[in-house]
Design a protein around this ligand. Structure first.
Ligand code: PLP
Ligand code: ZN
Length: 409
């Protein structure tokens, strides 16, 4: 059994049983999982975690699943690397990159989906589904394949090839909707009212979003049980940002790390930056926008958890930053050329934002900073294909090679 006690409304505090529900009946606020932290503190320790599996399930005491057997394709425990080369570019000496590109379906979404699909099985669903900006589709399809559930995944029809193929390969019903993510999401809400399916980011959302906490736990453990001073995070719905914050604060509450002084930074592309716009306006109220950016994984114009992302920024004394598509491409290239990591467009957003934050002096040279790189660039090749050096194309002889070398010089 898990240490989850109840679902609790994030607006009015009303409690609900642990069922596949996601909104408060009284105020329509989103529901969140509540835990019995006294009980957890009796059983958890750094040593126990260290002896656990090499993956996100080493933190299972802090996740809301009851079953012995979880649906696991080996998400998590991804590398945290000291990024000295990238840091030098920005004048930062204590910069780390959390490389979540190397998850089983090449994005951090495997963390949230592993929890969501385990829960869907517990609740007895035979079909899972999602509304996705791309990476979620890949991950839901893969986890459904692993545990033998049917899957319906809905994506905007203009998605990158890498995400379409990277989803279709697992054999789900892939539905390409002529519309943007917000329209896909609206359609899926309607479908979820009519069909008894586990929509991982709709009716299972309270459980799903808990999976993101493991990024916070891992970073703290990998830093030798401490929280960073700055966390730079890509933001779509706003869930990841507030759950990293929740995860760090849970560790402090349980005495596994000291007080959390992390500043949380939300980063978006200028063409889809409703949360950054609200932050700049000094508001926690998000005005929806119509996304237009190459950063498709973050292209949510009406973010479900925008308010909570903004509260997290406020509470942590962080900030928000938006960058242009051109800066995104430069950021992707710089990360690859300095650290050997080929991130997707969302990673470009993070690197470009980090550059700004360092230049503005928000992040000082010796402050411990973690850049969260959440998805792999092989899935978003369209974004950079046109801006890379073409290969030297030659005939298969030495003379042709040397001629090409001369021309290049
Ligand atoms: C989904 C996604 C995010 C952000 O997720 P939210 O929790 O919705 O804010 C960040 N990076 C990548 C690559 C994603 O696919
Ligand atoms: Zn409520």
């Amino acid at each position: 059994m898990s240490y989850a006690k109840a679902l609790r409304c994030r607006e009015c505090g009303r409690e609900y049983p642990l069922e596949p529900i996601h909104v408060c009946e009284f105020c329509f606020g989103p529901l969140e999982v509540e835990y019995d932290y006294d009980a957890i503190s009796q059983v958890i320790s750094r040593e126990k975690i260290a002896q656990g599996p090499i993956g996100m399930w080493r933190y299972r005491d802090l996740l809301p699943v009851d079953s012995e057997e979880v649906v696991d394709i080996s998400a998590g425990f991804t590398p945290l690397i000291k990024a000295d080369n990238l840091g030098r570019e920005f004048g930062l000496r204590e910069l780390y990159v959390k490389n979540d590109c190397v998850n089983p379906t090449y994005s951090f979404k495997d963390r949230v989906v592993s929890v969501a699909i385990t829960k869907a099985k517990e609740f007895g669903f035979d079909t899972v589904a999602c509304a996705s900006t791309g990476n979620l589709a890949c991950s839901v399809a893969a986890h459904a394949a692993k545990c033998g559930l049917k899957a319906y995944v809905f994506v905007p029809s203009d998605l990158e090839q890498g995400k379409m193929i990277g989803t279709a390969i697992y054999g789900p019903t892939l539905v390409a909707v002529n519309g943007n993510y917000d329209e896909v999401n609206r359609l899926c809400s309607e479908i979820s009212d009519k069909y008894r399916w586990a929509f991982v980011n709709i009716n299972i959302r309270p459980y799903y979003s808990e999976g993101s906490k493991t990024l916070g736990y891992e970073v703290a453990e990998q830093l030798g049980w401490r929280a960073p001073e700055h966390a730079v995070v890509p933001v779509a719905s706003g869930s990841l940002l507030s759950k990293i914050w929740k995860g760090l604060n849970e560790l402090a509450l349980l005495g596994l790390i000291g007080p959390v002084k992390t500043r949380m930074y939300a980063t978006q592309a200028e063409g889809s930056a409703p949360i950054v716009a609200a932050f700049r306006a000094g508001s926690t109220h998000v005005h929806p926008v119509r996304p237009n950016t190459i950063v498709k994984s973050l292209a949510i114009g009406n973010p479900a958890e925008g308010y909570f992302a903004l509260k997290t920024i406020q509470e942590s004394q962080g900030a928000a930053c938006a960058v242009s598509d051109a800066e995104v491409v430069d950021g992707m290239k710089l990360l690859a050329e300095t650290e050997g990591i080929f991130a997707e467009t969302a990673g470009g957003v993070v690197v470009a934002s980090l550059k700004r934050l360092a230049a503005e002096g928000a992040i000082k040279p010796d402050e411990l900073t973690v850049a969260f790189i959440t998805g792999c660039g092989l899935k978003t090749q369209e974004a950079i294909a046109g801006s890379l050096k073409p290969p030297l194309t030659i005939d298969a002889n030495l003379a042709s090679f040397e001629e090409a070398l001369k021309e290049q010089a």
